[in-house]
Design a protein around this ligand. Structure first.
Ligand SMILES: [Zn+2]
Length: 880
């Protein structure tokens, strides 16, 4: 279907469905070729709906075998059938509709609905996959109590799982068996799940705060169950944390997780039966890095937390997606902050936000966390909905205070338990507990774009008065140039010459209390009285609002904060921004030479950070990660020459490395790690500090240092050290990389999770063979375009980790990615659409590269059978 024929879906068109389905009974008969699904829908007309209202059930890629109302089998003239669904023109007020359909999971490569992964049957229904399983009102505000009876061959599928609690199981003739599951909680169809297959598992028990015993199981492919122990540990901690922090207690007798190897996204929060991409479950020290462990912990927590924020209270329609995702990402961020180092987690989260959401916000695909229209909802599982959505929830907490915020969440979970809710209803709960008008705050959900903030200040030593002028401006985004001011909670401090925070007496010109300024106008002049000496301002502490600060601080102020700010976030931020301020101008065409003297001053502040007794090794490791290619590209904005960024950045990094050389070598050898590997925050911080010291030293491209890196690789006792050393070689010594990659592949890459790391590292090498190398890897016998993890590891790493080769002037990088997207689009439009975001920065390049990228985009647009998913992405990217 072509884009012109696509119909947008609009939020303002929402209306409740005319029929409800309070009860659903399903019988699933799994067989190798086809799966037969018999469904009884107990349907009732909604009170107030017209008597002759038609019933329009969704259904795609399924074959109707028979249909009946009660005992009466319907003939061909009694319903309308299309490739989008099934319509009953004037059904009775209350009835049971029975359908029998056949599906072919084996042939389903879209990984939506029911499909097979490594021989096992599994499902993925969010957002609109359930309609590929049976005819249904496939929308989140239609909630049903499901009973599911599954039948399969005992050898093919000894394990039969669905949502809710197990109620029956037994033997049947012909080596077949059955299992019946009942979920007492009414749920929308997108939370439906089942798994049938041959799986191993590990088990655990959890006792909830009211004494209820819950059986926990994690299933994986045969032989991989022992790799699930860390995920189980993370699950138990998540369950406890959600009780302690949010009062949420688990509500079924069992909680199952299944890890599968073919999965479009990270994981899915189906009620009582979470299904995971196995990359976010399987781990041991030999195959997973510290980062992998942290990610597993976080995603396990995220999906579990959805049991309340998403499942118990779901979304009225898909426009409200950020209602469940923003809130749940906020919750998983808080979990990690409580389990690990809060300051480090915050910095990592902000880095992630800037490297993806900020780019989205500044480009052709900008949209608010709650969009008002879409073509394909699959394309709206974005960082704006998730990560910016989480920032909005965090701002609510900052604005209202932690205690009031938690009262608001309690009220929301209580008032809307069992409901399909909206953003307005969510915000209303916080208004009710705080008695504060949040209508302007709500713009964060409805207005796209990122506020740009400027500030200036003056200190009057005689009067002891500080004057602070603030402005905000929300730049235009595609299709929306009328912007109004947002509510910005600005956490702040006044840093004295010795690093203490100065106190103050009173303030006027805006809402100011404790450590918070609230800016809700486009500008404000704030007078702060009783400031005893001239301060250095520390604004947006903890990154209290997702804005861009446009004012460039003088180097001395950045360095003062970098050395002394009481807020770790701003301490890190000031180091980064000092480097960005000094280096970025030299990356522009005809830019000045690198200011080496000023860079030396930053190196000296960094040196002081490394010497600190109170800062943690993880924090120091973060500071050693100098701004990335993407950070500079973003700061530069337009007319980007990737080679110039790369070259000037390397020059700057070398200068810092040279200045710190002795200190880094000492640091590298001084860090001592315990013999036994643990993936906890403390140990991984120590490893990170060693690795980052080495990575910075490697920029010197010195033979002796490369020998250190190679022995780090050879001596590595875990995947964290091994992969990190290899990544350094790939970045700085491409000529050595191929041999070591061969060694890595031959010795460690047997598990697919490690094979994926090998693909990713290979794709990151920036030399003139990069494109051919990737084409060759696509021919590797273990590579398949049909498995999203393989494509993400190879092509995703190329886009992200090899920006100069992706944006080659001859367009070969763009072409490679476009060709791959077009191939995937034939069978998996969801993944193809998501990969197309690679092109959202195309207008930021200099003109030759822009032309090359435009050609690749137009080629995709002109493809005959492009999917609606890809079409929406390509058209928006070209138009924006
Ligand atoms: Zn989620």
């Amino acid at each position: 279907m072509r884009s012109e024929e696509q119909k947008n879906v609009y939020l303002e068109d929402y209306k409740p469905s005319d029929y409800l389905i309070p009860k659903t009974e399903m019988w699933i008969d799994f067989a190798p070729e086809r799966t037969r699904i018999t469904t009884d829908l107990h349907i009732e007309r909604r009170a107030g709906a017209a008597e002759d209202a038609p019933l329009e059930l969704d259904g795609e890629h399924i074959e109707l075998v028979s249909i009946a109302i009660g005992d009466e089998v319907l003939g061909a003239g009694q319903y309308e059938l299309s490739d989008k669904g099934l319509v009953l023109l004037a059904p009775p007020e209350s009835f049971v509709l029975s359908t029998v359909v056949d599906v072919e999971p084996e042939k389903n490569k879209s990984l939506e609905g029911l499909y097979r992964s490594s021989g096992n049957w599994c499902t993925q229904c969010e957002a609109e996959g359930f309609r590929r399983i049976t005819y249904f009102l496939d929308r989140p505000d239609v909630m049903s109590v499901f009973t599911v009876k599954m039948v399969a061959d005992k050898d093919l599928a000894p394990v039969l799982l669905s949502n809710g609690n197990p109620v029956d199981r037994g033997e049947m003739s012909n080596n077949r068996h059955f299992a019946e599951w009942h979920d007492p909680h009414p749920k929308p169809s997108y939370l439906f799940a089942m798994v049938a297959g041959n799986l191993d598992h590990i088990s655990e028990k959890f006792t909830t705060k009211s004494g209820k015993k819950v059986d926990l199981n994690i299933y994986a492919e045969p032989g991989k169950a022992e790799l699930c122990t860390y995920a189980m540990d993370a699950l138990v901690r998540s369950m406890k944390w959600d009780e302690d922090r949010f009062g949420c207690e688990y509500d079924l007798d069992v909680f199952n997780i299944v890890a599968v190897s073919d999965f479009n996204a990270g994981a899915m929060e189906n009620k009582g039966l979470n299904i995971f991409n196995d990359r976010f479950v399987l781990a041991d020290p030999a195959t997973a890095t510290d980062e992998d462990y942290a990610l597993i912990e976080r995603i396990i927590a995220h999906e579990y937390f959805h049991n309340y924020t998403g499942n118990r209270v779901t979304c009225r329609d898909w426009f409200q997606l950020c209602l469940k995702e923003g809130l749940t990402v906020f919750r998983d961020q808080e979990f990690s902050s409580d389990e690990r180092f809060r300051d480090v987690e915050r910095i990592d989260d902000v880095k992630g936000l800037r490297q993806s959401q900020f780019i989205e916000d500044s480009g052709p695909l900008a949209h608010p966390p709650r969009p008002s229209q879409y073509e394909q909802i699959d394309n709206f599982y974005t960082t704006t909905v998730y990560e910016k959505g989480a920032e909005v929830v965090r701002m609510l907490m900052t604005l209202l205070g932690k205690e009031t915020f938690h009262k608001g969440v309690d009220l929301y979970l209580d008032r809307h338990d069992g409901d399909a809710a909206t953003i307005e209803q969510f915000i209303k709960c916080f208004e009710d507990v705080s008695e504060r008008d949040l209508s302007q705050f709500q713009k964060w959900y409805t207005q796209a774009g990122r506020p740009e903030v400027t500030y200036s200040s003056a200190y009057d030593a005689d009067e002891k008065v500080l004057t602070l002028n603030l402005t905000q401006n929300v730049p235009s985004t595609p299709g929306d140039s009328e912007k109004s001011p947002m509510v910005l909670p600005i956490k702040f401090g006044l840093v004295s010459s010795n690093g203490e925070d100065l106190s103050w007496e009173r303030a006027e010109g805006a809402e100011v209390h404790d450590d918070l300024i609230v800016l809700d106008q486009s500008e404000a002049s704030i007078t702060i009285h009783g400031v005893s000496s001239a301060p250095v301002l520390s604004l947006f502490r903890e990154f209290s609002a997702p804005v861009s600060v446009q004012t460039r601080a003088p180097l001395e102020e950045d360095l003062h904060r970098a050395r002394l700010d009481g807020d770790p976030f701003n301490r890190w931020e000031s180091l980064q921004s000092a480097i960005l301020n000094i280096v970025t101008p030299s990356m522009a065409q005809d830019g000045p030479n690198l200011d080496e003297d000023n860079l030396e001053k930053v190196a000296s502040a960094l040196s002081q950070t490394l010497e600190s007794q109170e800062l943690s090794p993880s924090f120091k490791a973060l500071c050693l990660k100098l701004p990335t290619y993407q950070d500079f590209a973003q700061r530069l904005g337009k007319n980007i020459h990737p080679e110039r960024i790369k070259q000037v950045r390397r020059q700057a990094v070398q200068l810092v490395a040279n200045s710190l050389r002795g200190q880094l070598v000492t640091l590298y050898s001084a860090v001592k790690l315990p013999e036994t590997y643990k993936p906890d925050a403390k140990q991984s911080g120590l490893r990170a500090l060693r690795i980052q010291s080495l990575a910075l030293l490697a920029a010197l491209e010195d033979k002796q240092i490369f020998e250190m890196v190679e022995s780090h690789y050879q001596a590595a006792q875990n995947m964290t050290d091994r992969q990190a050393a290899l990544a350094i070689i790939c970045a700085y010594a491409p000529e050595r990389a191929e041999e070591l990659l061969e060694h890595f592949k031959a010795n460690y890459a047997e598990p697919m999770t490690v094979y994926d790391k090998w693909l990713g590292l290979s794709a990151s090498i920036d030399d003139n063979r990069a494109i051919d190398r990737i084409k060759m890897l696509m021919e590797d016998e273990r590579f398949s375009l049909e498995t999203p993890n393989r494509v993400r590891s190879l092509v995703g790493s190329f886009i992200q980790g090899n920006p100069t080769q992706f944006a080659r002037e001859d367009g070969a990088g763009f072409d490679l990615v476009a060709d791959t997207i077009l191939k995937i689009d034939k069978f998996n439009p969801q993944v193809a659409g998501r990969f197309a975001v690679a092109f959202r920065i195309w207008r930021n390049y200099e003109s030759n590269r822009q032309n090359a990228a435009r050609k690749a985009l137009e080629r995709m647009k002109d493809e005959e059978s492009i999917s609606p998913n890809l079409s929406e992405m390509v058209n928006k990217t070209l138009a924006g």
